[in-house]
Design a protein around this ligand. Structure first.
Ligand SMILES: [Zn+2]
Length: 260
């Protein structure tokens, strides 16, 4: 599933291509993906900006917002050929924006404002300050990893980046959030944002079939230190990386570097 860095990569590619363009025609072919096709249609509207909040892509037009969540297999492509999996085609005065989605877990939402589920999200993981981060996390008596994954607290952290950030901060994924010191939180916040920036630089992680808008694969998977490394030696201490299930998610950590 695309996570924040993959979505940011898509947004950075899309923004210069879409901003200022005018919609000539918009066709939505899947009621699963697009449940509220714009009525009246968005024809003639101009793209004002393309931004990201968490894993949502916000395409702001001068009459409303198209919010795109890529789900598992969604892809926004520019000037690509249509396929049997093309779920939306937006023709612009220059170029064509396609939404392809094999499994159709992605969602496109149209509205004058942000949809309620997006407005309810916490601050973006890349934008949140260390102070804000501590204020949000520390009051909770839950384990840290499920809190990092809770999009209403902070948005944009997915399973891979949680495991990698906790490893870099030396925190066991089961640590009680109230018991984490401010110093450790500062380290976790720094690890989280450094990791996200690195992943953006590397074009995201290409596991499964993620590609950016121009069909390129990311290379951040080469920098994973614990995710998908069960049984392999820890890069710091050589202890075998462990995998457990926590809050229904496969969770990777070093039992030596990340003591509970
Ligand atoms: Zn270790």
């Amino acid at each position: 599933m695309p996570e924040l860095p993959e979505v940011e990569t898509v947004v950075r590619t899309l923004a210069p291509r879409l901003t200022g363009r005018t919609v000539l025609e918009a066709r939505f072919y899947s009621k699963l993906v697009m449940r509220n096709a714009p009525d009246p249609p968005i024809t003639g509207m101009r793209v004002e900006s393309v931004k990201r909040l968490g894993k949502n892509i916000l395409i702001a037009l001068d009459g409303g917002i198209l919010t795109v969540h890529l789900g598992m297999t969604g892809k926004l492509l520019i000037d690509a050929e249509t396929t049997p999996h093309t779920r939306a085609v937006i023709t612009l005065d220059q170029g064509l924006l396609l939404y392809d989605d094999i499994r159709q877990f992605g969602r496109i939402t149209w509205g004058e404002q942000l949809p309620a589920h997006v407005a309810a999200l916490g601050p973006d993981a890349l934008a949140v300050s260390a102070e804000e981060f501590i204020a949000i996390m520390k009051p909770h008596r839950s384990r840290i990893k499920p809190l990092l994954l809770n999009q209403k607290l902070i948005t944009g952290m997915g399973n891979i980046y949680c495991d990698e950030a906790l490893f870099r901060a030396g925190l066991h994924p089961r640590t009680n959030a109230q018991r984490i010191s401010r110093a450790k939180y500062t380290r976790l916040h720094e690890a989280m944002q450094q990791l996200l920036y690195l992943a953006i630089e590397k074009g995201g992680s290409s596991i499964s079939d993620y590609v950016d808008t121009e069909g390129r694969k990311g290379s951040f998977q080469d920098f994973h230190q614990v995710y998908g490394k069960e049984g392999e030696p820890c890069v710091h201490c050589a202890a075998p990386i462990k995998k457990i299930v926590l809050a229904q998610r496969g969770t990777h950590f070093c039992p030596n570097c990340q003591r509970p």
